[in-house]
Design a binder for this molecule. Sequence first.
Ligand code: BV8
Ligand code: ZN
Length: 240
Amino acid sequence: MSAFDPVLGQVRAAEKVVFVTGAGISQESGIPTFRGRDGLWRNHDAMKLATIGAFEENPKLVWEWYAERRKNILAALPNPGHAAVAELERYMVVSVLTQNVDGLHQRAGSSEVLELHGSIIRTRCTSCDFIQEIPSGLQGSPPLCRCGCMLRPDVVWFGEELPQDVWKKAVNIASGCDFMIVAGTSLEVSPANMLPVEAKRNGATLVEINPDVTPMSSEMDLTIREKCSVVLPELVSAFS
Ligand code: BV8
Ligand code: ZN
C-alpha cells in the first residue's frame, strides 16, 4: 500500500514525471524553509536581505547572510526525498523544476534540474560575465571581481526576473507533461507558483506532497499530507 496508489495507473502511463520542488524537500537535510515554523525568514526579513536593494544598501550584511547559508548548505546532505527523485530516473524520464538554490537535487543524482531561482553555491559579478561555480578562495565581504566590481550570489532576488532561458524551458516542460508532483513548496512565490497551473491547464495529473495546505491544494488530483522523505521512497518502491 503506497500513498500514491490512487494515481499509480496515471504515473505508470506517464512517460515523464515533472517535479516542482521547494524548501520543504530540503528541510529534512537540515536546511530551514522560508516560511515554515523553522522558517529562514523568521530570523531575518526576507524582503530585507533577498533583494537587490538590500544588497546595494548593505552588501556586507547580505553577502555574509548568504555565506552563512552557503556554509550550512555545503555541509548538508541530500535526504531520502532527493534520493527518491533521482532514483525514479531508473523507471521514467524525470524533470526537476526547483525553487531551491541548494544544489541537493544534483548532488542526489538527478540529471535534469532547472534552478528557477539560481544557485547559492555559484557566485557571479554584478557587472561583467564572470561566474564561479565553487565558493572558494574569495576574499572580502563581498569579494571584488577582477573587473573591480562586487561579486554576488548567483540567486534570483525578489523583484528580479528569473533567468529567461530557464524560465521558458520550465514553462515548456510544465505545460507539456502528463504528471506533476508538487513537493515541499508553499506555492507563495511567483512566477514559479504558475507552473502547476500550466500543467493543470494542459490536463496533467497533479499530486501535492506537503504536510500543510497550499493555495493550490483544492486543484490537486491527490494531496499527500506527509513529508517528502517518507512518501517519495514509496513511489520508487511502487516501481521496483
Ligand atoms: C519576479 C532565491 C518580476 C534567493 C527566492 C510584492 C513585493 C515584491 C515582489 C512581489 C510582491 N508580490 C509578488 C511579488 C513577486 C515576488 C513574489 O512572489 N513574492 C512573494 C513573497 C509574494 N516574486 C519575485 O520577485 C520573483 N521575480 O516576479 O520578477 C520581474 C519581471 C520582469 C522584470 C523584473 C522583475 C523572484 C522570486 C525569487 C525570489 N528568490 N530565492 C534566496 O534563496 O535567498 S524565493 C525563495 O522562496 C526560495 O527560492 C524558496 O524556494 C521560494 C519559495 O518558497 P518555498 O520553496 O515554497 O518555501 P516555503 O518555506 O515558502 O514553503 C515550504 C513548504 O514546504 C511549506 O508549505 C511547508 O509546509 C512544506 N514542508 C516543510 N517540510 C516539508 C514540507 N513539505 C514536504 N516535506 C517536508 N519535509
Ligand atoms: Zn566583473
